[in-house]
Design a protein around this ligand. Structure first.
Ligand SMILES: [Zn+2]
Length: 121
């Protein structure tokens, strides 16, 4: 558990920053280089604004900013927990981290990337 303290502290600090400052109105947040170069949204565009809205419990606004990120968060939490208990439960880890799931998620991300630029999502 001790080795995760640094990561947990970083999450707390980032959570405080994203809770305190609205990325729409603050210039302290980095802009997406892909969007700046191409004018097209990448799969992660809107994630900072979605995080801000999630921390304020505005789920619909968060979904409008980046639906894939919002929908993926529970999956990330579950996979992080499985990673934490990996040594105690290697069978669960082997099930959750199958290569075919990673490829399936990558395909979903690519479809999301294309669709959000075509349909302005
Ligand atoms: Zn982007």
């Amino acid at each position: 558990m001790r080795k995760y303290i640094g990561g947990i502290l970083i999450l707390i600090i980032l959570g405080y920053i994203y809770y305190s400052f609205n990325p729409d109105k603050s210039s302290i947040f980095p802009k997406c280089p892909f969007y700046l170069l191409t004018g097209l949204k990448c799969p992660g565009c809107g994630s900072q604004r979605a995080t801000y809205y999630l921390l304020h419990f505005h789920f619909i606004e968060a979904l409008k900013c980046n639906a894939l990120m919002v929908i993926s968060l529970p999956i990330v939490c579950i996979l992080s927990y499985i990673e934490l208990i990996r040594k105690r439960n290697p069978h669960l880890y082997a099930i959750a981290y199958k290569t075919k799931y990673i490829w399936a998620y990558l395909i979903i991300v690519i479809i999301w990337w294309i669709c959000r630029n075509i349909f302005d999502l």
